[in-house]
Design a protein around this ligand. Structure first.
Ligand code: SAH
Ligand code: SF4
Ligand code: F3S
Length: 465
């Protein structure tokens, strides 16, 4: 059978080749920014097969759930989402069409067989390190090979196999530079789901950053589970640390802002601290998870730093750049946490003056050392501590935002606002900003006079440059 016209692709210098039939992929992402990055890259991997993204799950030929395993709720969300999806898959089958279902990411890595048992209509299960093999996996499912379970940690890295980015990155882009974790905090599943630490070679990172900027990015956030442990082959043949990599990226013209996340306090080296004073593009805002203010709990967590180590680190960062602000992660109700331990956490929040924090109740993860510790904390106590911590954080966040009223802040505009005539941007401190302005300012960094603060955002007017 010959192909009809739309199915043929003319190449300038060769014979006509078959263009893949247009298909639709629906991708839903949970978890950290690395999962967001991975989801974008999965779309890149299957774009050459003809898969275009859709927001409408009912018409999708392929559904990918890119999952997170960090807390128990994250896993349960996957199963309820799969339950909601199944009728759509059946409806499509009744129309004589197929909807392939894939579970990717960290739950896939950790619970492959559980997924198979609880949701047998899933066609593919693959972890964070094998999604570059999606075309082969799709081919296997199409051939009727049954469930494709692909949760090995391959010896080759996916980064060497990924195609170039398919869709424009937007003004603010993510770039994974490091993966995995060897730290084994006693509460955490990441070392098991993402594997051991690996840093990409600098040349590949720089090439990717240059492409992102060429395609419109003005801000790049370097990603890694332990991004400041980055130690890749440098462009000059020597090993580079994160500070050296940032220095090199700062030379890319038009790239206005650099950030990196997530860092571990133990890997905050002198060179990186110094980079905050010498690289103007590096934003004065750092997310540096501390988890607890109590040394007993930090030790039980295997964090290998004390609360005073952390305080000293913040002092040094502030000496490098006085306008630094800090955000962090806290876990409350870790096994054995007493009222005094929790009071030490509240004290640390005040001492550091965090402007933002992600706060979590400790969640017992099977297989992690903390899940077997005695003195697991009652949910009622966990809830009360979480509420107290969150209300203190809200106070600090409000105070930080309010202090901006009347000041002029550089804002990088990245997209249209929710309302007609509005443009959305972010300050150096990641505060969302809305101004009434023409859309053409998107991708520019402009001074804004801050006039009002909302719950999690600020608003104002463009100031004269
Ligand atoms: N690599 C980063 C963070 C990884 S996970 C770091 O080292 O800090 C993101 C956050 O989830 C963690 O900082 C921690 O606060 C939280 N988290 C991880 N495991 C958890 C668990 N079992 N229960 C509750 N929160 C958890
Ligand atoms: Fe998890 Fe600790 Fe590794 Fe962060 S450093 S990913 S919290 S084990
Ligand atoms: Fe979740 Fe995996 Fe990220 S467990 S937080 S998606 S590394």
């Amino acid at each position: 059978m010959s192909l009809t016209e739309p199915d043929r692709l003319n190449t300038a210098d060769g014979p006509t080749v078959a263009k893949p039939k247009a298909k639709r992929v629906f991708i839903k992402t949970w978890g950290c920014q690395m999962n967001v990055y991975d989801s974008n890259r999965m779309a890149d991997v299957i774009a050459p097969l003809g898969y275009m993204p859709t927001e409408d799950v009912s018409v999708a030929d392929l559904v990918i759930f890119n999952t997170c395993h960090i807390r128990e709720k994250a896993t349960e969300k996957l199963f309820s989402e799969l339950g909601r999806l199944h009728p759509f898959q059946k409806a499509k089958a009744q129309r004589g069409e197929r909807m392939m279902v894939a579970v990717a990411g960290c739950v896939a890595q950790a619970e492959g067989s559980e997924i198979q048992r609880r949701a047998p209509f899933v066609d593919m299960v693959f972890g964070p390190q094998t999604y570059h093999q999606l075309p082969e996996m799709i081919a296997q499912v199409t051939r009727g090979a049954g469930l494709v379970l692909n949760t090995e940690f391959p010896s080759e890295t996916k980064f060497d196999q990924l195609p170039e980015e398919h869709k424009p990155p937007g003004v603010s882009a993510f770039l994974s530079v490091q993966e995995g974790c060897d730290k084994f905090c006693t509460f955490c599943v990441v070392p098991y789901t993402r594997g051991t630490e690996y840093s990409r070679p600098a040349a590949a990172i720089v090439a990717e950053a240059e492409r992102l900027v060429r395609n419109g990015a003005r801000e790049i956030t370097l990603l890694g589970q332990n991004v400041n442990a980055f130690h890749g082959d440098g462009c000059d043949g020597k090993p580079w640390d994160l500070a050296r990599l940032l220095q090199c990226l700062a030379e890319i013209p038009k790239l206005k802002r650099l950030r990196y996340t997530t860092s571990h306090p133990r890997d905050m080296k002198d060179t990186l601290i110094a980079a905050h004073s010498t690289i103007p593009q590096l934003m004065p805002f750092l997310h540096l998870p501390v988890q607890s203010g109590s040394d007993t709990i930090l030790e039980a967590m295997n964090r290998k730093h004390t609360s005073d180590d952390y305080r000293r680190l913040i002092d040094r960062l502030r000496s490098a750049r006085s306008d630094m602000a800090f955000s962090t992660d806290f876990i409350v109700g870790f096994p054995g946490e007493t009222d005094d331990d929790f009071a030490a956490t509240l004290k640390l929040v005040r001492d550091i003056g965090f402007t933002q924090a992600y706060t979590f109740k400790y969640s017992r993860r099977p297989g992690t050392p903390a899940s077997a510790m005695p003195d697991q904390i009652d949910a009622t106590i966990q809830n009360a501590r979480l509420a107290e911590l969150q209300s203190l954080m809200q106070e600090q966040q409000d105070a930080f935002n309010s202090a901006m009223i009347g000041t002029i802040m550089p804002v990088l505009f990245d997209r249209k606002g929710r309302y007609q005539g509005q443009v959305h941007g972010r300050t150096a401190y990641m505060q969302a900003v809305h101004v009434t302005a023409p859309e053409r300012i998107i991708s520019q960094e402009l001074p804004v006079k801050i006039e009002k603060v909302g719950l999690n955002s600020v608003s104002g007017q463009l100031a004269a440059a």
